[in-house]
Design a protein. Structure first.
Length: 371
């Protein structure tokens, strides 16, 4: 793909969002009953390739358990309200009622409470006791301090997540997390992200990560693209990471690193297009925050919303459209693809003749003409 000249001194690359692409039918179709949308990472197999975002408005221990029973993976935020308060439910109810002009200040007050180590084990333990896979997320600068409590509690998958994660963070004021050393030192599989370009994805794969979260600035509650000007349209970001996965597979002699699309995915069609671009699974926030049992109670926000000096997110309305079961596996009563996400993916694969997620990554896609 050729560069576009912005001017004499700068050129840019054309990039595409999921809205810019569509899936091309093939010469074959098949029954949807003959399609598997299952996904495996490390020793864990999931019937549905959907992870919930590690956001307090989306994932509580209860919703993580429900999603796990539906075949997906719930990811707890270990720096959120569930590890700061014994019972955060009254605070979540308050946030659902607080006026817009007070929301940011109240979020900052709530998230100023200290993280309590014993609550990390308690929340992970609740998910484990339910018999589903337990996943939890920490930011890079808090990982060394708190990961042991998660591992001791039996966390199955650890997510190290920030707006942008690199394999070469430079700091003159603190010792950055060495991802390669950290991942090599624990038995728990680690997913890292976000990332949005080929070179960074390749470097992160070399750290030993089991999976990468791909996507920067695209989420409904995220304002990184406006606050920082940083981001890459998701279809291109996924395709670049998939290219890095292919090259690393050859470089490493066969080690496969999973690409997990993260940011702004709303419908079953979005999931299908993300996988068509090269993703193995998707992480969803706002789409799941629309569930009747979502802890945000009709509102959605991310970890960056409460930042003390530079918020990179906003509280956004996500009115309930159905329960979590209806959103993930149906049945659907809406024609827009927001319900029965798994069914939408399954039908897209059947319509184009593919029987597995890895096969579906090879489907042809088309780019919509620029207006």
């Amino acid at each position: 793909m050729g560069d576009i000249d912005l001017g004499i001194g700068k050129s840019a690359r054309r990039a595409f969002s999921l809205d810019d692409v569509s899936i091309v039918p093939s010469r074959r179709t098949r029954d949807s009953e003959d399609v598997s949308i299952a996904w495996e990472i490390d020793a864990y197999r999931f019937a549905v390739p959907i992870l919930s975002a590690a956001m307090d408005s989306v994932t509580s221990p209860a919703t993580a358990i429900t999603l796990g029973r539906l075949g997906g993976l719930g990811v707890l935020n270990l720096e959120g309200v569930w590890t700061r308060y014994d019972d955060p439910e009254p605070l979540l109810a308050e946030l659902a009622e607080v006026p817009a002009d007070r929301a940011l200040a109240r979020l900052r007050e709530i998230y100023a409470a200290p993280i309590r180590e014993e609550l990390i084990g308690k929340r992970i333990g609740a998910v484990k006791e339910a018999g589903v896979t337990a996943a939890a997320a920490l930011t890079p600068h808090q990982t060394e301090r708190y990961y042991r409590f998660a591992v001791e509690a039996g966390v199955d998958i650890l997510v190290v997540q920030s707006t942008v994660v690199s394999a070469q963070h430079v700091s003159s004021t603190s010792t950055p997390l060495n991802l390669r050393t950290f991942i090599a030192g624990i038995d728990t599989p680690v997913i890292v992200g976000g990332t949005a370009n080929y070179q960074t994805a390749l470097h992160l794969m070399r750290t030993g990560a089991a999976g990468l979260l791909v996507g920067v600035g695209a989420g409904q509650a995220c304002t990184v693209s406006t606050a920082l000007g940083v981001g890459v349209p998701l279809a291109t970001a996924i395709a670049d990471a998939a290219g890095a996965r292919r090259d690393y597979l050859d470089e490493s002699g066969g080690r496969y690193v999973h690409v997990i699309a993260d940011g702004g995915l709303r419908t079953g069609g979005d999931i299908a297009k993300a996988i068509a671009c090269g993703a193995d699974a998707v992480m969803m926030g706002a789409a799941l925050a629309h569930a009747t049992e979502a802890p945000g109670r009709g509102w959605h926000w991310g970890p960056g919303t409460s930042h003390a000096t530079l918020p990179r997110g906003t509280r956004t309305a996500t009115p309930p459209i159905g329960n979590l079961t209806e959103i993930v596996t149906g049945p659907s009563s809406a024609p827009d693809g927001s319900l029965n996400l798994a069914g939408g993916l399954r039908r897209a694969m059947a319509t184009t003749g593919y029987s597995s997620v890895k096969e579906f990554q090879r489907v042809e896609v088309a780019v919509r003409p620029t207006p």
